[in-house]
Design a protein around this ligand. Sequence first.
Ligand code: C2E
Ligand code: MG
Ligand code: MG
Length: 716
Amino acid sequence: MREKAIICVDDDRVILSILGEQLKRCFGNQYNIELIDNSLEVLDVWTELVAEGIEIPVIISDQNMAKMSGDKLLIELHKLYPQTLKILLTGATEAVAIRNLVNAGALYRYIPKPWDETDLLLTVSEALRSYKQEQQLAQQNQLLIATNQQLQESLSLLVATLEATADGILVVDNCGKVVRFNQKFADIWEISNLLSNKLAKTQVINLILQQLSQPYCCHLDHKAAQLNSNNYSILELKNGKIIECYSQIQKLQDQNLGRVWSFRDVTERQQAEKLIKHQAFHDTLTGLANRNLFNHHLTETLHKANKSQTKFAVIFFDLDRFKTINDSLGHAIGDLLLRSVVERLLNCLREGDLLSRWGGDEFTLLLPQINSPQDATRIAQRILDTLHPAFELNDHCLRVTSSIGIAIYPDHGKDAETLLKNADAALYRAKEEGRNNYQQYNSALNSQAQKLLKLETRLHYALETQEFVLYYQPIIDVITNRIVKVEALVRWQHPEFGLVSPNIFIPLAEENGAIIPIGKWILETACAQNRLWQKMGLTPLKVSVNLSPKQFQQRNLVSTVGQILARNKLLPSCLELEITETTAMQNTDLAKNIIMQFHDMGITLAMDDFGTGYCSLSYLKQFPLDTIKIDQSFIKNLIGNPEDIAIVSAILSLGQAFNINVVAEGVESKELRNFLTTTLQCRYMQGHYFSRPLSGKDLTKLLKHNILRNQVQILD
Ligand code: C2E
Ligand code: MG
Ligand code: MG
């Protein structure tokens, strides 16, 4: 507690001490009673007391003092210490002094001399109480001012916060009247231009509130709403904005005060989320669904089909020889091709069909509604047809075919994994069938995948165990009806799987390198066989041997071929080598160099599968080619197909212009033979119509008897 003092001033020491005695008796416990007999010293004493922290509630001064009169003293003091209550002791004739004090507002009471002790003590006691009250009041006042200031600060902080927040805020009272909103709110709802028009503003906000209370305008996210006791919803505005909206009832001690709405523009965030979601479920190159999305839909479709007892199809397909295109023309062209392929594919699908890129050049297709397996095969045929016309990309004109495998639910599998596995097995069957076709799964293909794995591991030993055989297919000159050439075609006589098609194992051998020794064996065997036919006295003919891309890039290929010819005592003119366009394009300079060397040796060169890689006819001039073999995909459906006819006829004229023989591959019927002969003047043909590939022994018989299945005479 602070100490307090009462000051008494009188230059009459006797009176001063009486005054002091009386005051001490009554107030001495709580107050120091300071007695000063020199009015000029009052201020000094006062200042000292104040410096010691002593409070002075009351001063009592005599009026009549020699050095400074009481009224003067009190008026001076009042200027400095207005809170202290001033009491004047006066004689009878001192009205002027009292008036002075009153005018200065400095007088609390005056006490006439001689005074009555009780009067004095009552007056002082009252003064002390009054002082105390004043002090308390002043304190309260100060507190009030401070509180008010705090309140003001909080309020402006609140407003600043309201404006600084990223959310649009709208506060509505219990009766639905708008209390406040921030600028962001006006921005989100695009009402900033209305703000000066109070009526319009209120109307619009009321309209907004009205709409907010109607559930159909917002897509309530029930899950979020449950998690959150606040009302939460996502609004999709007409202008495309996506707004997240919370509303919360404001309560004070259980009393409902109103509602605070907060709105957040989440358009960008939602778009980013959408993008991320899209990327997680889509292929970036083509924009198609990816595996994840496909699997998701497949599972859903399975559930539905299971319930409704309906069928659906899973189709697995890839692009034949896509790797070659990628390797020889680069990934940029490969990517471009994939995109163009997808564009075409999408055009031939029905709504509800789901096409996905499985990876690389592999695609899956989900046909959720089919009535019969024929619906699926029809779509598969449509895919083959739609891919058929050449793709014009930059300077390249690319031909793409596809091998397609089909699995039907529930016939070919009752779960996603089995259906996909079986569609894949059917795809391999399609490859085996010579590509560019579709196959439906059947149980015989069950172990296809395992089969492939087994094939690949055994491939390395198959040479040692002598499991490869060469078959030979005649190439006919339809003018002379002679077999002018035979193409050597390798088969793998597998102990478990029987005859395995080169379409299956050559790519495997290419990949794992086994093609090098196998290729060498093929060359050796074909040359030996040809030499044998010559030794038998048959008319010398050319044997044509396929070279795979990897084989062609072997550095010592030319010398190897030379050694083989020498070893078998075969003339180079009795050997033809077949390479594909893409093989030739992979390293043009190297290819040119090798081809020149073969040419100089007297070995002829054939361009195989012509048309499937490029239509880059200008390249042909660079190579000393003897033969072009038109790929069977152009020949198969030639009749009635103007585009194919145009291509085949162009290749034939080109051959004529460059003096290159042209062979049509895959001639399967008499009509085709006749059409090619009479309409297109094609001279050389190969195909089942004349003869399937035969074993060396069977072909020997054929050559000896001069008889082909279709009575083509072999003139000798
Ligand atoms: P390719 O060189 O274009 O061989 C022609 C393919 O067409 C052969 O298939 C042949 O049996 C088939 N074929 C011939 N006439 C017809 C016909 O009228 N209709 C149908 N649908 N097909 C016919 P194959 O023997 O299954 O060989 C497929 C491919 O495997 C060959 O295509 C070739 O690229 C490759 N290949 C075959 N043997 C060898 C080989 O010894 N070495 C290399 N590197 N590749 C080979
Ligand atoms: Mg060939
Ligand atoms: Mg061919």
